[in-house]
Design a protein around this ligand. Structure first.
Ligand code: DX5
Ligand code: ZN
Length: 224
């Protein structure tokens, strides 16, 4: 299994000072920056485009940017996110006309591709694209907003995804997104996640460093 990665979602940051917030959360020990891209079409909310990714890079953010696309259609704008400085680019299978084509497009753009599964989306297609992905993202809330509650049934799905990944010979991260907090991150890690998105649970606290440290302590308990 991979080392544990904490990826704060900047959706819950103070948008009036996004650059500073991103620097603070990285200085506090975060590994990746999770960028939730919403289009008011695939999901009922509107957030960041490639210019915001570019602005973060220009501001001096060098950490991996984990760009989660909740947009439809998805292909046209992928090269722009890559050009702006994305590292991982994930998308929802429902938003693509041709999943393999979209995965290959992300790879051609020299980014790491991944698929995102909504809570009610089965993992069936995963077996067929394992050779084309670097990350699997399981949503533990329905996408669109931060601050929702973790859907417990996703724990079984995580265990299933972990089995599929472990049985394959591929080097694939297993990421969880939605409702992740200090008090549930241990059982999420025990179910097999290695990459943890958390928005409100980090940006909603006064001390990002102590929150991230407590999350890591809980993850370490799971790995013992
Ligand atoms: C939801 C987003 C999540 C969300 C997580 O559509 O993909 O990344 O911001 O926020 P919390 O951690 O507050 O559930
Ligand atoms: Zn997300």
């Amino acid at each position: 299994m991979h080392n544990a990665v904490i990826a704060p979602s900047i959706l819950s940051a103070d948008m009036s000072k996004l650059g500073e917030e991103t620097k603070s959360v990285l200085a506090a020990g975060a590994d990746f920056v999770h960028v939730d891209v919403m289009d008011n079409h695939y999901v009922p909310n509107l957030t960041f485009g490639p210019i915001v990714v570019k602005a973060l890079r220009n501001f001096g953010i060098v950490a991996p940017l984990d760009v989660h696309l909740m947009i439809k259609p998805v292909d046209r704008i992928i090269p722009e996110f890559a050009e702006a400085g994305a590292d991982y680019i994930t998308f929802h299978p429902e938003a693509s006309e041709n999943i393999e084509h979209t995965l290959e497009l992300i790879r051609q753009c020299e980014c790491k591709p991944g698929l995102v599964f909504n809570p009610a989306t089965p993992l069936d297609i995963l077996d067929h694209i394992l050779d084309k992905i670097d990350i699997v993202l399981l949503m533990s809330v329905n996408p669109g907003f931060g601050g929702q509650s973790f859907i417990e049934s996703v724990l079984d799905k995580l265990r299933h995804a972990r089995e599929i990944i472990d049985k394959s010979k591929y080097d694939i991260r297993l990421e969880i997104d939605g409702g992740v907090k200090i008090d549930n991150i241990r059982k999420i890690a025990e179910a097999g996640a290695d990459t943890f998105v958390a928005g409100s649970a980090i940006f909603g606290t006064d001390n990002y460093g102590s929150t991230i440290t407590m999350m890591r302590e809980q993850i370490a308990l799971a790995n013992n």
